[in-house]
Design a protein around this ligand. Structure first.
Ligand SMILES: [Zn+2]
Ligand SMILES: [Zn+2]
Length: 342
């Protein structure tokens, strides 16, 4: 099959021929119909040695089952060729306490898809674990099933942050993670959803997806803007930027007793001032991936047409165009989510 192979940091990926994947017991092979390009992919390729030479990346994908391994069973019986599905990017053991409680991405024996262990979705085909694969509703196109993964990330973040009905929320950063949080905050009953991002096209997208107040942090101060809109300082802030300093900024403008959820996965040390957290009794939490229930609820809400992530999709490209498109995303761009359709 054809796949985009990672070579080394500083070099574009290369589309090459690699062996077709074959399913082991409990595994299925998908013909990839859509795979989202993720900011994490861009970041890890900049860390020398984090991704092995020749790895096929891509962890936000969906497609059609073309081969079923021994005993591979979904929630409603054995998987069959032709089933349209999306999948979590990994294969877990299925037996440990994490796995049986739905925290499959926290399994100690997890083999990750798209970072070197198992080939990912920047390819014609990829392997998926049977219990981590979910049927797509009839109203979700196979390529658009790639959006389930980033939506589940946002849902889990809102869940970890314990958003209260009627709470005003602040979302700093309107990339795909921040926008997915906006979608869920709106559905789950936030009152004002204040989104801060310097890029006008991202603020526009946030407004389309449910943000009620938009702030350009280059033009006005975020804290006063939030208070003007809501009458109070934020009790819940989401950090979706991933750069040092943002958590500290949010702590300074938080209300007493406020919560900060850091979803930006900053890869550098990020100092905070415990005195600020202490005197205001702030708390901070972090989140990683999602639980099985996040995928189920995301799919149910897509089926019911109560959420629509498609405004986030700004481009769809062929596999051959991926290496150049991937490099272009390292620079500031007006793209949000680019979907590769091999
Ligand atoms: Zn991702
Ligand atoms: Zn496990």
């Amino acid at each position: 099959m054809r796949a985009a192979c990672f070579l080394e940091s500083g070099k574009p990926m290369e589309v090459c021929d690699v062996p077709d994947p074959a399913p082991g017991p409990g595994e299925v092979v998908l013909a990839i119909k859509g795979c989202g390009i993720c900011g994490s992919d861009l970041h890890v390729t900049e860390l020398g040695g984090a991704v092995p030479h020749g790895a096929v990346m891509g962890h936000e994908f969906a497609g059609e089952i073309v081969a079923v391994g021994k005993g591979a069973t979904g929630p409603d019986g054995p998987w069959r060729e032709g089933d349209r599905v999306c999948t979590m990017p990994g294969i877990s053991c299925g037996a440990c306490e994490r796995c049986v409680t739905g925290d499959v991405m926290g399994c100690a024996k997890l083999r990750m898809t798209g970072f070197g262990d198992i080939g990912g979705g920047y390819a014609e085909y990829a392997i998926a674990g049977d219990r981590m694969t979910f049927r797509l509703p009839g109203n979700v196109a196979s390529a658009d099933g790639a959006m389930v993964e980033p939506l589940a990330v946002g849902l889990h973040a809102v869940d970890v942050a314990r958003l209260r009905t009627g709470e005003d929320v602040l979302v700093a950063g309107a990339g795909p993670v921040g926008l997915a949080i906006v979608i869920w905050a709106r559905l789950l009953g936030a009152r004002e959803i204040v989104v801060s991002d310097p890029a006008p096209h991202r603020r526009d997208l946030a407004a389309r997806l449910g943000a009620t107040v938009l702030v350009d942090p280059g033009a006005e101060e975020l804290g006063p803007a939030f208070e003007r809109a809501t009458g109070r300082a934020p009790s819940l802030s989401f950090e979706c930027v991933g750069r040092p300093g943002v958590v500290s900024d949010l702590s300074l403008l938080s209300a007493r007793g406020g919560r900060i959820l850091s979803a930006g996965m900053c890869m550098a040390p990020d100092p905070i001032l415990p005195l600020v957290f202490g005197t205001k009794e702030l708390s901070i939490s972090f989140c990683s991936y999602y639980r099985t229930g996040d995928y189920r609820l995301t799919l149910d809400m897509l089926e019911a047409e109560r959420i629509d992530p498609l405004p986030m999709v700004t481009d769809r490209i062929a596999l051959d165009a991926l290496p150049a498109a991937f490099e272009a995303l390292r620079q500031p761009t007006s793209e949000c989510k680019v979907i590769v359709q091999p």
